[in-house]
Design a protein around this ligand. Structure first.
Ligand code: UDP
Ligand code: MG
Length: 309
């Protein structure tokens, strides 16, 4: 019997891109000699992505849709796709043609060689805005320095997971999904492919600066408690520093030399106040995670699908 491959694409207002992506996937999979399904997760799009998917699924028996009840974010949408996929391996890719579908046969080739995870590293695309390139590079550097996992720069959610590896991620509990990190963390035999991303076909990036920051915060806090050490070290450093100020104050008092201290005082108070709030914020992030976790709410809600689970 032929092996089955599931291809998951997450769509958030991608109506203009969906037909092209689905076509390109078919083109690359039809000759590959596998049974396959395409699962499009509609992440609460406000355009007509869903209507389009439904219409396409009427004639395309390999296309399935999972419609989420609202926008749950890319990571949660991807998790929904993984949960519904039934293939012997699962390939995830974006729905905007940035991830070249021509690479699918290569993924499968490596999978057949025995790799459990075939992931990709994006080469620097000179046509991307400088801001995006820089933030992406900083993101990985920052995550690596502050967390306990080693993420390679340019890894994205364009990868193949063998059923074994996928099942582990599917069973993983928690509301703060950062699938990229998890995939690295689970280990197994992993193979990396470097690729040059295409340009986004239509529309704009759905990752706003806000979403990117929240992804970064997720990435860091879901893998390590290192940020909490910041409080420890900085607090200790400042305490020592302020101890050194005592002899200085005593001597200047005895020698009758008074400083006009308003400015330095206000700066110190402001700085310490800000620092305390910052550190409280970090602690709060972790407490917030525990709080959310205790509620055990689902990470996504499915409104409608033509798949059976
Ligand atoms: N996406 C999603 N939910 C979101 C944001 C994005 O499902 O809340 C999807 C989007 O439709 C696309 C993929 O995630 O298929 C990657 O998003 P995008 O291309 O906007 O990110 P970029 O490639 O610019 O990092
Ligand atoms: Mg994209």
């Amino acid at each position: 019997m032929k092996k089955k491959v599931s291809i998951v694409i997450c769509c958030y207002n991608e109506a203009e891109n969906i037909p092209t992506v689905v076509d390109a996937i078919h083109k690359n999979m039809e000759t590959a000699g596998y049974n396959y399904e395409i699962i499009a997760v509609n992440d609460g799009s406000s355009d007509d992505s869903l209507t389009l998917l439904k219409k396409m699924a009427e004639t395309d028996k390999r296309l399935f849709y999972v419609d989420l009840s609202r926008n749950f974010g890319h990571q949660n949408a991807l998790k929904a796709g993984l949960d519904y996929a039934t293939g012997d391996c699962i390939i995830s890719m974006d729905a905007d043609m940035q991830h070249p579908p021509e690479m699918l046969p290569l993924f499968l080739e490596k999978w057949e060689e025995g790799y459990d995870v075939v992931y990709t590293r994006r080469k620097q695309d000179k046509s991307l805005p400088l801001m995006k390139r820089k933030t992406s590079a900083w993101f990985y550097r920052f995550i690596n320095s502050i967390s306990d996992i080693e993420l390679e720069e340019g890894t994205s959610d364009f990868r193949l997971l063998d059923r074994n590896a996928a099942d582990i991620i599917i069973r993983m509990k928690g509301n703060d999904l950062f699938i990229r990190g998890l995939v690295k963390w689970i280990g197994f035999r992993q193979y990396a492919i470097d690729y040059m991303p295409h340009k986004r076909l239509c529309g704009e990036s759905k990752y706003t600066v806000r979403k990117m920051f929240s992804l970064a915060a997720q990435g860091i806090t879901s893998f390590s408690v290192k940020p909490l050490y910041v409080a420890l070290y900085v607090g200790f450093f400042i305490a020592v520093l302020s101890l050194l100020c005592i002899p200085y104050a005593v001597i200047s008092f005895i020698s009758g030399y008074y400083m006009a201290g308003w400015a330095s005082l206000i700066v110190t108070v402001g700085f310490l106040g800000g620092l305390q709030l910052f550190i409280l914020g970090i602690i709060g992030l972790y407490i917030g995670k525990i709080f959310i976790r205790t509620k055990e709410r689902p990470t996504y809600i499915v409104q409608e699908t033509n798949l059976q689970k």
